[in-house]
Design a protein around this ligand. Sequence first.
Ligand code: ZN
Length: 411
Amino acid sequence: MSVSQKLLQKYAELIVRTGANVQPGQVVQLTVSVEQHDFAALLVEECYRAGAKKVNMDWTFDRYAKLNYLYADQETLSAVLPWEEEKLKQMVKDLPVRIFIASEDPDAMNGVDPQKLSAVMQGRMKVIKPYRNAVDGKHQWCIAAYPSLKWAKKCFPEATDEEAVSRLWDAVLKTVRVEEENDPVAAWKRHTDFIEKKAAWLNEQGFASLRYHSANGTDFTVELIPGAKWEGAGAVNQVNGAFYIPNMPTEEIFTSPIAGKCEGTLVAVKPLSWHSQLIEDFSITFKNGRAVSCHAARGQELLEKMIAMDEGAAMLGEVALVPKESPVNQCGFLFYETLFDENACCHCALGMGFKEVLPGGDDLTVAQAQEKGINDSIIHVDFMVGADDLSIDGVKPDGSAVPVFRNGTWA
Ligand code: ZN
């Protein structure tokens, strides 16, 4: 055991109480790998202690998922069966708190045809997405991580098994602010207060666009939706008013830009793991708001496929600001997991935007949000552009520019 029972208990409590903020009487849906069954039990018990009415499990197992892709045909895998759809209908009725524990091997899907992966995802999401839209803003959710051996070995291939897992645990606990003797709840309060202060400043400025510049070739302008909010750290369930933290860790302040209104080139500063496969050393060039070309040293085909997933996959759904001092960045290695890597530095995301950044956005339909400039897509993929020398200017409607970031951090 490379992490103490005390730390595990503190971490489980943090996820349930601060992250998901489970309220008495709520149903909880927990998605976790079968390999993490002991930690799952800790979480289940903590949910019940918080007053959960029922905790339901969605067990995952990436070796099983891979075998399905290798042996079952595309049509079979793409089908959402009636019993699965009934489960989704029940979710819309119960509005369960959802907790996801990420622990997958980043290479789990190596050897699976990327064409098949994206086709299956497209087929399934057509059925699933309307149900997801129906619960959007109406339930609490939290994604947190649990280091598995394969994931740890991906990050630290040179280390022994035990060393690798222990180093990944150290990093995970550092980024979620859990220490043997600290009060992680108080640490998160300080952290979310800081993020909220920065978001409030951005909202006061009312920038019409952001200009990105970096020596690596990033030269990019993106237009922002007038009146759209910058958000960070937490969100509020519109049904019961519960404050929750969707991602642990989280360092970002984000908004959704105007879909179809950006120009120039963004150069990625970290590899991107998509569908458990890697895209490395890449850049994306936008014209009239759409990705018109991309170049990747590795994973070119996968990147092209991603951008072509649907109408909205070539447009941006998110821009996010993260200073380079982020504890994720300080860890100094690639986690091969977006939950962490997207919190290392500034990023943008292709695909679905967030309607909740609009005033009254939670009550808008997807089509209404789209009319106001929010992108829609079945994908939402973050890629990192926060070079150490990145500068970002905010441009006001009158054309005046205000420094927002200099040398990769708050100006
Ligand atoms: Zn983000």
